[in-house]
Ligand binder design. Structure first.
Ligand SMILES: [Zn+2]
Length: 387
């Protein structure tokens, strides 16, 4: 007999997402999955210290949210009414609202108070089955406030047990005090902020918002090349409202992901299909929240075998949900993904895009013992019941 710590048995099925690995039960040793199979077979081979009966629930990998903005001090619910009155994202930004109101709040917020907020946000994610997330700074836009934001991400991760891949997003928007000299802000990013972030080991990736009203393609390139030279992975917000060439830049620089893509053209799609490395980050709850009819062409991306993930884009301005099951629902409805495709997007695809696909996103021997037991009859129900 082999000795294990835990036998989890009685699932309607274990959705392993690994070919050739299947069953209704699994064994855990030292926090890792040691075996997956039928209960009878596992009981014949393993003696375990503890058992857990799943009573017919569906066992799926713990969710991974590969695009979140959890470091903000307060919600922006009043803007939700402004949108109802017809103002769009860029108009709200031009009014000095939008991202800048979050920036003012984060700059004024004490680090300890900001930490409490981020802990709360991670707990919201955990309530919905998220075991790991990518977490961006980006509401500081100054050296001090960005470093504070990244420190708080690390502290909240330690307090909550949420595994985090931290991303520096000092290039979320040109800081307000640099609006009339944006190149000077890019200088600040490249010469002071990126080196400080790397020096303190506070981020594993850098991100930039390439969009009209935010960063131009040339500014994005300059910043991303600096980040890459410093050893950071790259994740990029591009093609949300306008196609400026950010997708081709992402592919050229070997970015981990390029996210949004609501305005993606066939040329951009072809670049991603040729790459097979840069993930398409699908954020299907965002156009819903922004009352837009446009969606990223997910069906075409999947048919072209572009690696992809589905994320919440959790943030106070354009997607106030921390729920990946909710994002999966919108992927099914607005992008015509199947339940299996949606589940892949919030598990294996997301983990792969973060370089964590060897440990997270699948339930098979060698992977972390992190799962969600869903009280649904079968996989077709995933993303079906919403809310
Ligand atoms: Zn985002």
């Amino acid at each position: 007999m082999k000795h294990g710590d835990l036998l989890v048995f009685g699932a309607s099925s274990v959705v392993t997402q690994v070919d050739g690995v299947a069953g209704d039960s699994l064994v855990v040793v030292d926090g890792k999955i040691a075996a997956v199979g039928q209960e009878r077979d596992l009981r014949a081979q393993w003696s375990v210290k503890k058992e857990q009966d799943l009573s017919g629930k569906l066992l799926v990998p713990g969710f991974v949210d590969a695009h979140t903005h959890p470091v903000f001090a307060q919600g922006r619910a009043e803007e939700f009414d402004w949108r109802a009155q017809g103002m769009d994202y860029l108009e709200i930004a031009k009014k000095g609202g939008g991202i800048y109101s979050s920036v003012r709040a984060v700059r004024e917020c004490e680090e300890s108070a900001l930490l409490e907020k981020v802990i709360l946000h991670f707990e919201w994610m955990q309530e919905k089955g998220t075991v790991a997330c990518e977490a961006k700074s980006g509401y500081g836009l100054s050296l001090d406030a960005e470093l504070k934001s990244l420190r708080v991400i690390a502290q909240a991760s330690a307090k909550t047990g949420m595994e985090v891949a931290p991303t520096f997003l000092g290039a979320h928007m040109i800081a307000e005090e640099f609006r009339d000299r944006p190149e000077a802000y890019v200088d600040l990013l490249c010469e002071e902020m990126l080196p400080a972030v790397v020096e303190e080991g506070l981020a594993v990736a850098a991100d930039v918002f390439i969009e009209e009203g935010a960063f131009s393609l040339a500014q994005g390139r300059r910043y991303l090349e600096c980040a890459k030279d410093l050893g950071l992975a790259l994740r990029i917000h591009a093609d949300q409202f306008n196609e400026l060439g950010g997708v081709q830049l992402a592919v050229e620089l070997g970015a981990q992901s390029v996210d949004h893509l609501e305005a993606l053209s066939d040329a951009g799609l072809e670049a991603l299909a040729m790459s097979r490395k840069t993930h398409a980050g699908l954020l299907p709850a965002v156009p819903h929240f922004l009352r837009q009819s446009m969606n990223a062409p997910a069906r075409k991306l999947l048919d072209a075998e572009v690696p992809y993930f589905i994320a919440t884009d959790f943030n106070p301005g354009s997607c106030y949900t921390a729920s990946l099951p909710e994002a999966a629902h919108f992927a099914r409805v607005r992008m015509n993904l199947t339940a299996a495709e949606a589940l892949w997007g919030v598990t294996a695809g997301a983990a792969d895009s973060l370089g964590l696909g060897g440990r997270l996103g699948r339930l098979a021997p060698g992977f972390d013992a992190k799962w969600v037991a869903l009280d649904i009859p079968d996989l077709h129900y995933f993303g079906y019941r919403f809310g």
